[in-house]
Design a protein around this ligand. Structure first.
Ligand code: KIV
Ligand code: ZN
Length: 515
């Protein structure tokens, strides 16, 4: 058998979905969701999982510590600024990891040093030496990042990188923190560092590119071509502002174009469709239909000319197959399907659940099969994602509503919220407005509804709806999603979950995260 990887240099895939990704506005995940995402990333073959920023909050600390203990394969990494407390906290959180990494960083650009850090270059150099040296007391695997590297003066960047290497860093990350670089520029920067910096060949250079100008993936690949052997990226490209380089796009670009890009990764792309949905469910950040690799339309051929071409030969319009990225439609289940078929379907989808969760998922499947003729794979993935997004402290017990051309929309609701049961009713400008007003009547609170985005989980008018809701209150935002055959109920439930996240994050008051 031919070895497709022969002669290809390996690129380390460093996933930051749980750290930079979770810093996307409103993307906070629950503890359980973080564990599930980490488990999926580990099974997928990601090399490094950046599990969080341990000093940010007790919740972050616990999530990093538990991911560290449970992860079987990947290196587990915790982020830390240069302060002693940050690094000690990261070291402590990673104690249970088989392969721990501390990632410490400081800004090196003039604008960040002057306005954000209020530190001069010498103080920054001192902080680099001290932080990397301290991190090495906890682990031999220390990554150092020059935040805003692409806007840093060249001579100073070289001094910082050389000092980090002398102090014991084993990976040097060169972030394009504000997504400012072009691909040529980023290529030159990595190449020049690798050929200028003393002992450059003793460390791995890494890319970390933000997508403010839509260059994140192109810049990361330019970095690899220039000799970087680690790419930092996230599922669905989530991250601060416009996000990070999308993991699935990096991996597929290296696979599909390995004629020009002779590199390989250990990531199994058949996980992508599921991982993308898991992350979208957990964060409430909807994947745009035209998103490369994992968008709903990534393999849809709409126009007659394209469909005709596809029927004649798939390569006319497809450069990869949907099954390569796990986006395969297979035989649907129906209301007569039993536990056995259900188990087999989960196994075929590569979904491993404990017996209790399978019981809950099967009950949801049966309810759905009563209202919907065919239950597709996407329905099952949606149900399971919804089960993991469920919050006992934020649930709907009963919802009824009336609406129509000649009646004022009205809703009555009973909710379970923070351990109590509340009922309320209200009229509104539409059914969704009435349902949300009823929640406000049942549990008076202040939160601004920033957006609610409904999408059909599958084709057909009987499709389940997945609704993502984002709320905000005094500078804080929180998003959540919910799945139901009734769009109004899905919206009300997503609203309630987002409210619970918003109120929990207001109570936690965490340390400001980095960019
Ligand atoms: O964008 C950035 O510079 C970061 C660093 C903390 C690596 O996220
Ligand atoms: Zn970043």
């Amino acid at each position: 058998m031919t070895n497709l990887n022969e002669g290809l240099e390996r690129v380390i895939i460093f996933d930051t979905t749980l750290r930079d990704g979770e810093q996307s506005p409103g993307a906070a995940m629950t503890y359980q969701q973080k564990l599930e995402v980490a488990e999926m990333l580990d099974a997928m073959g990601v090399d490094v999982i950046e599990a969080g920023f341990p000093i940010a909050s007790p919740g972050d600390f616990t999530a990093v510590a538990d991911i560290a203990k449970r992860t079987k394969r990947a290196v587990v990494c915790g982020l830390a600024r240069t302060g002693v407390k940050d690094i000690e906290r990261a070291g402590e959180a990673l104690k249970g990891a088989a392969r721990p990494r501390i990632h410490t960083f400081i800004s090196t650009s003039p604008v960040h040093m002057q306005y954000k850090l209020k530190m001069g270059p010498n103080a920054v150099l001192d902080a680099i030496g001290a932080s990397v040296t301290l991190a090495r007391r906890y682990t031999d695997d220390v990554e150092w990042s020059a935040e805003d590297a692409t806007r840093t003066e060249w001579e100073f960047l070289v001094r910082c990188v050389e000092l980090a290497i002398r102090s014991g860093a084993t990976t040097i990350n060169i972030p394009d923190t504000v997504g400012y670089a072009t691909a040529d520029e980023y290529y030159q920067l990595i190449m020049r560092l690798r050929t200028t910096v003393a002992d450059a060949d003793t460390v791995v250079f890494s890319t970390h590119c933000h997508d403010d100008l839509g260059h994140a993936v192109a810049n990361s690949i330019a970095g690899v071509r220039a000799g970087a052997r680690q790419v930092e990226c996230s599922m669905n490209g989530i991250g601060e502002r416009a996000g990070n380089a999308a993991l699935e796009e990096i991996v597929m670009a290296l696979r599909v174009r390995n004629d020009l890009l002779p590199y390989r990764t250990d990531v199994d792309p058949t996980f992508f469709a599921r991982a993308s949905k898991l992350v979208a469910n957990a964060t409430g950040l909807v994947v745009p239909p035209n998103k490369a690799i994992v968008g709903k339309n990534a393999f849809a051929h709409e126009s007659g000319i394209h469909q005709d071409g596809m029927l004649k030969h798939v390569e006319t319009y497809e450069i990869m197959r949907p099954e390569d990225v796990g986006a395969v439609g297979s035989l649907p289940l129906g209301k007569l399907s039993g536990r056995h078929a259900f188990h087999e379907k989960l196994a075929a989808l590569g979904i491993a659940l404990d017996e209790e969760t399978i019981g809950g998922a099967f009950a949801r499947f049966k309810l759905l099969a009563d209202t919907k003729k065919e239950v597709f794979d996407d329905d099952l993935v949606a149900i399971i994602g919804d089960l993991s997004a469920s919050m006992p402290e934020a649930d709907i017990v009963e919802l009824t509503y009336t609406a129509g051309r000649s009646v004022t929309p009205h809703a009555a609701i009973t909710i379970r919220y923070a351990g109590e049961t509340y009922t309320g009713e209200a009229s509104g400008d539409g059914s969704v407005d009435a349902a949300i007003a009823a929640i406000r009547d049942a549990y008076p609170h202040y939160a601004e509804l920033v957006s609610f985005i409904p999408e059909a989980v599958t084709r057909g008018a009987d499709s389940q709806a997945r609704v993502s809701v984002t709320l905000s209150k005094i500078g804080k935002t929180a998003s959540a999603s919910a799945v139901h055959t009734d769009t109004v109920e899905a919206t009300a439930l997503a609203y309630l979950r987002a409210l619970a996240k918003l109120e929990a994050s207001a109570r936690a008051a965490p340390t400001d995260p980095p960019t």
